[in-house]
Each structure stands twice: as structure tokens, then as C-alpha cells.
Ligand binder design. Structure first.
Ligand SMILES: [Zn+2]
Length: 63
């Protein structure tokens, strides 16, 4: 029906580790950062970061 339904389609979610690091996660909450990267099984092809969940990376690729 062509309704003006606007979906916010952003590839980078607020869960993005890449984004959180840019926002100072490592400096502000080093423990939270460590929890996110410990035993990481994915890495980001864009930033080279590692995380447990692919959802936390903007360009996740399994290790
Ligand atoms: Zn990234």
C-alpha cells in the first residue's frame, strides 16, 4: 500500500563492538571489553577486531 513505513536500517548496531571501542569502551570499561573479546571466534574484516559474537562486529568473519 505504499505506506511510509520507515525502517531504521543501519548496518552498525549499537551492539557493535567496533563502535563501542570508538566510543571509548576500552578506556571506560576494560572489563566489559575483555568479556566481549575473551574466547572470541569472530574477527572484523574492516577493523581487525575480535569478538565472541558476530553481532558485535561490523564485518564479522569466523576465525
Ligand atoms: Zn569492525
Amino acid at each position: 500500500m505504499g505506506a511510509g513505513k520507515k525502517e531504521h536500517k543501519s548496518k552498525e548496531s549499537d551492539n557493535s563492538l567496533c563502535k563501542m571501542i570508538k566510543n571509548g569502551l576500552l578506556q571506560n570499561s576494560p572489563q566489559a571489553y575483555k568479556d566481549l573479546i575473551a574466547n572470541g571466534s569472530y574477527y572484523c574484516r574492516k577493523c581487525g577486531r575480535v569478538a565472541v559474537s558476530e553481532k558485535n562486529l561490523c564485518k564479522a568473519e569466523s576465525l
